[in-house]
Design a protein around this ligand. Structure first.
Ligand SMILES: [Zn+2]
Length: 434
């Protein structure tokens, strides 16, 4: 960039972020505990036991564990189940308070580097992207991938390199699940590094931006995201009212994509009160309609080279298919090889601390129908299409402390830099890289 003091501009955004912290949660989770319950390959038996108490499930892996939130008045009953478990949060309310108080503190530090030391609200992310756009005005534009049920923009940025826009697309989606705040930070950090790297003449950044157009939409579920910051930290879905007769809100936008929407009853829920409610019909959420429109536009333009849907948590790099565990795409070999190389890059950059598991989604984790990577591959014809589940692997889960934002975003930058160099490689057909 020329003529603008970058550090100063970004510092101003940090300093001007609304003076009254809007991330102020009176936590309804005081005294709640979160446990990682071991399943030892018998998840059904463990589920059966857990069904005897009132608990909320966070995440699970088919064979190893189920993470559950347990209310104070259920703790005794939980212990009496005799399950084997580790404690993730001994007081979830205290963890959430610590997470959000740090976020209001961080925003008062008027320097650019503090931005990635804390969590921010929707409006501040909007402003931050506008600032990134101003830093690179000839090579970027603010875009919108549609509007939410409550009419918030699914804002994002389109970046391009020399010769102007129109090259094959790299498309990133963040925060489809409202509570997965770290995915907002990662998509934002990747944008920040691309913009500042390109403007400073960084060679790797110039190379990738001269080859591909980036479309980065950091918060594809803005209503849910705002709701997690004002009302319910652990909200996942959008905020669309349920169908007739239901008091429950929200569709899971990542079970609402058209492709294979109804292919497997295990892949989503038909119950409007469920966390994974798929909707009444394919793509019947305004968020999904807007996202799908851009996917089809990019497909019909220069095509989609790479798609990533960023989530947390569990540390996985997952490729299609999600809807059927035993279905393997012809490209699975190259997707898996690329995922392995990305996983190695992340591990190296984190000094061996962060290990990612990779493979086809349904077989590696659990079946999902109407999920983004299957759709963007099958309908959007993306050459590479992944879900990345970010940190961690069961210490903090969705409530990742703010001091872990920076190492998380930095290791993903390392992983993406390597991935971009692989996208046009031919070696996947042969023996693999030396
Ligand atoms: Zn998610």
């Amino acid at each position: 960039m020329r003529g603008i003091n970058l550090e100063l501009v970004l510092a101003t955004v940090a300093a001007c972020a609304s003076a009254i912290p809007t991330i102020q949660l009176s936590s309804p989770y005081a005294g709640f505990e979160v446990f990682r319950v071991k399943t030892d390959s018998h998840p059904a038996a463990v589920q059966e036991k857990l069904s005897g108490i009132i608990s909320e499930q966070w995440n699970y892996d088919i064979n190893s564990h189920i993470d559950v939130v347990v209310a104070p008045d259920q703790l005794l009953a939980f212990e009496e189940l005799g399950l084997e478990f580790d404690v993730m949060h001994s007081d979830l309310g205290a963890s959430i308070t610590a997470e959000s108080s740090r976020s209001s503190l961080g925003r008062r530090q008027a320097n650019n580097s503090s931005w990635f030391d804390s969590y921010h609200d929707y409006q501040d992310h909007v402003k931050y992207f506008q600032t990134l756009n101003e830093i690179l005005p000839d090579n970027s534009e603010i875009i919108s991938s549609g509007y939410s049920y409550e009419n918030r923009s699914l804002f994002g940025i389109h970046l391009w390199g020399s010769g102007g826009p129109g090259k094959p697309a790299i498309l990133y989606h963040g925060t489809v699940h409202a509570r997965e705040w770290i995915s907002t930070a990662v998509t934002e950090y990747l944008t920040y590094k691309l913009v500042t790297g390109y403007s400073a003449g960084d060679k790797d950044t110039r190379t990738v931006l001269d080859k591909y157009d980036f479309y980065i939409v950091p918060i594809v579920n803005p209503d849910g995201f705002v709701y997690t910051q004002t009302t319910q930290r652990l909200w996942r879905k959008n905020r669309q009212p349920g169908p007739n007769g239901s008091d429950c809100y929200g569709r899971d936008i990542n079970r609402n994509w058209e492709f294979a929407w109804d292919a497997n009853p295990q892949g989503a829920s038909t119950n409007p009160c469920s966390q994974t409610y798929k909707g009444e019909r394919p793509s019947d959420s305004p968020e999904n309609q807007g996202l799908d429109k851009l996917v089809r536009q990019l497909r019909d333009g220069a095509g989609i080279k790479l798609y990533i849907d960023w989530h947390s948590y569990g540390q996985y790099i997952l490729s299609p298919f999600g809807y059927k565990e035993t279905l393997y795409a012809p490209e699975l070999g190259k997707w898996t090889k690329a995922a392995q190389i990305v996983s190695d890059a992340i591990r190296d950059s984190s000094r061996d601390l962060t290990v990612f598991t990779f493979g086809p989604s349904g077989a590696t984790l659990y079946p999902t129908t109407g999920a983004a990577p299957d759709h963007v591959y099958s309908i959007g014809r993306a050459e590479f299409s992944y879900t990345i589940e970010l940190r961690d692997i069961g210490k903090y889960g969705f409530v990742l402390p703010p001091e872990l934002i920076r190492p998380t975003v930095e290791e993903q930058w390392a992983g993406q830099k390597v991935l971009w160099t692989l996208l046009d490689e031919e070696f996947f057909d042969g023996e693999g890289p030396a």
